[in-house]
Design a protein around this ligand. Sequence first.
Ligand code: FEO
Ligand code: CA
Ligand code: CA
Ligand code: CA
Length: 534
Amino acid sequence: MNDLNRREFLKFMGCSAATVWAVSCVSKSPLVIEAPKPALPFAPIGPNREDILKLADGFRYDIVLRWRQKLNARGDLFGFNNDYVAYLPFSPTNPLEGWMWINHEYHDPYFVSDWRPGQPRTMAQVKKERKEVGGSICHVRFDEDRWQLVENSKFNRRLDAFTEIPLISDRPILGRKTAIGTLANCAGGVTPWGTILTCEENYDNFVGEAVYKDGKREIVDGDGYLSWTKHVKLPPEHYGWVVEVNLKTGQAKKLTALGRFAHEGATTTLASDGRVVVYSGDDSENEHLYKFIAREPGSLEQGELYVADIKNGRWLPLSRAKDERLKRAFSDHTDMMIRAREAAKIVGATPLDRPEDIEIEPKSKAVIVALTGIKSTQSPFGSLLKIEEKNSDPLSLEFQASTFIPAGPQSGFANPDNLAFDKKGGLWMTTDMSGTSMHKEPYEQFGNNGLFYIPLHGPEAGRVFQVASAPRGAELTGPCFAPDGQTLFLSVQHPGERGALRPEMASHWPDGGDAVPAPSVVAIRGPALEALTR
Ligand code: FEO
Ligand code: CA
Ligand code: CA
Ligand code: CA
């Protein structure tokens, strides 16, 4: 961050901006002389290119769950490419044992079904791939100084691309009230009533996309590397939703009221009247930021969807009753939710640089959005966007938007993706430079993807410190703190992604040698994390 940006940042955080680099938010009596404390309890690492999960001194990790780990007696296995992680303790008095939800975003057919580019795919291979995506519910416990799966617990189960999931909508969608499976599960959220939200993002890679034009519907095929469209007809309109899952029962439902698009995540907050507000980004180039206001407390099945006009600071309603243009364009509310992207453009939503994860700053209640950036544009590195709702009220339809922290060489990171706040209000962020960008200009200087710590208060406020560097080809995703703040759960996703096609990205993490890479969830602990969050 340059001096001007940091001055603005400190002003927002409530600090005096008189001296930019030596300012502290903590007021101290002038009579008290304190021994100088080290500003941080760890020395940050720099960019790294090794095929390891490298951590700064003072942090250590254990693997909690890994690809193809056996979950239960039925033979369910932990899926591939774990992304979002949520941990819900069984009870407030027993925070060290609970349910963990983990998204499995996509399969890499090279590893999961032994498919080789150029070969035709068999139905048996597609079936294998459909078992690898969706999510896992895992009973985990902190035992013998580490977090572990409670093997064969009655709670352990998989949701995958075969699981039947009801569509909560005003009418059937393409004649069905149930979708087959969930897939492309990227980030998510947790509701105040203890269910989780898992978000279907790049579903079109798997099942193609339905394009509506001149009253006709056409299917555009998916990504040749991941697509199942030649083997199974799964209507694209059954995917791209936010899916609510009860971790105790495994029951799931697709919430069509939150709109259909490439949902990165779904970040919830409680309004003063007890209703829940959900923020969600559409992670595609020049797509939009949405806000959903539930109709009643305790449920997300019905409510109003809005989309952000960033320039004018307004949330624009996607309501056929309030807007003749929307009434003309869509046959009913369900039609409009299916084609939410089209509706957003009709009302004048602002195109954004791929909105990813969203978190709410605990003190100010500002909504922080990771804009991951768009290669070959004026924003190849992205930024963190700040949305300040009028009167800090999530029900407000007016807001102010500004850049919170710009990414790039001046900040030391590129392409922010996931965010999490720790117990002390420090911001943790992971990055996702794509496998085809990493180690090439202009991204070369950043090394592998990483995990970064950004204090928002104190002498180092607004500075960006790298804590971890991912194995080759991987991104670190799904940062999630255990309730005591002393463990950071983190996904190591797609080590060696398409490494078979790009040998320089090949990975053998975590086993090393010639081993096939294994996406895994790790628990990061250690004295540095304790000192930061105590
Ligand atoms: Fe799946 Fe937007 O990252
Ligand atoms: Ca993501
Ligand atoms: Ca998050
Ligand atoms: Ca990602």
